[in-house]
Design a binder for this molecule. Structure first.
Ligand code: SAM
Length: 255
């Protein structure tokens, strides 16, 4: 039997690692790394830094790196594109399991933020285990998500008293402000979708980019007042770094 540990590493600050995650790191023989290209090299650097910092001296471990499959989110219907991407990722994980670990060994997959939030690693491992092609067991170690990192950095709450929250993507937010909630957490928004609501005087925004890292940028205020500043800051940061990871909380006031 081979063991896979899906370990949440937090949203960019090595100090997000939980003690449970540190203990899990110290059980791993081989870390599977999906390389998403040069622009996102700093995300791989963080994974290596975490291993160097939290794995006990004298414990040996190795990295098995594979190129993340290429994809284009505009190449077809969104769910179909993501389905194909995940099939490609599953094939790569199966190659790593078959070729890069011995029976009885433990592999670690270091997942950004929390593995249950907008990440397919759990679904992929569930499918691999169910396929019967590999004798694996897998466990999930939770991590601090970008959602919790953002609310903490802005010193705000995710929800208002007794009210629900919606967690969604920029693509879905483009369909309108969700009904039945006053708080919407938005991830994976490459299109500045918050700007569509900039005329609504009752909405506040808490925005953050590269949260938890040395490059962190935070902006908050009345959406009407700060939407332009966020868009400009976002564009400039993307140009400087070559890529951006940002998310935001929209909160609609009663008056
Ligand atoms: C594929 S999802 C993964 C989410 C991750 N599993 C989590 O728990 O945060 C990637 C999105 O998470 C958000 N994100 C992740 N890390 C972030 C960070 N450090 N700062 C701002 N947003 C972040 C961005 O919206 C990004 O597009």
């Amino acid at each position: 039997m081979k063991t896979i540990l899906i370990i949440g590493i937090g949203a960019g600050n090595p100090e997000h690692l939980t003690i449970q995650a540190v203990n899990a790191l110290n059980r791993v023989d081989v870390f599977f790394i999906m390389d998403k290209g040069e622009a996102k090299g700093s995300m791989i650097d963080l994974r290596r830094e975490i291993c160097a910092r939290f794995i006990a001296a004298g414990r040996t471990y190795r990295f098995a790196t594979a190129q993340s499959p290429p994809w284009d989110r505009n190449s077809g219907e969104y769910n179909a594109v993501i389905g194909n991407l995940n099939s490609d990722k599953q094939a790569i994980f199966e190659q790593l399991i078959a070729g890069e670990m011995q029976d009885g060994e433990t592999a670690g997959v270091l997942v950004w933020g929390d593995p249950s939030l907008y990440d397919s690693t759990i679904r992929i491992m569930t499918d691999i285990a169910a396929s019967g092609r590999h004798a694996i067991s897998y466990d999930v170690i939770p991590g601090i998500s970008s959602l919790h990192a953002l609310t903490a950095q802005h010193r705000t709450t995710l929800n208002t008293v007794g009210q629900p929250v919606e967690i969604t993507t920029g693509r879905r937010l483009a369909e309108g402000f969700p009904a039945g909630t006053d708080s919407v957490f938005v991830m994976l928004d490459g299109d500045d979708t918050y700007r569509r609501f900039a005329d609504d005087d009752r909405i506040d925004i808490y925005w953050g980019a590269y949260i938890g890292t040395a490059d962190e940028i935070l902006i908050s205020g009345r959406l009407k007042d700060v939407a332009g500043q966020i868009a400009q800051t976002r564009a400039a940061a993307k140009q400087t770094h070559g890529w951006i990871m940002d998310s935001y909380l929209l909160r609609r006031r009663k008056s």
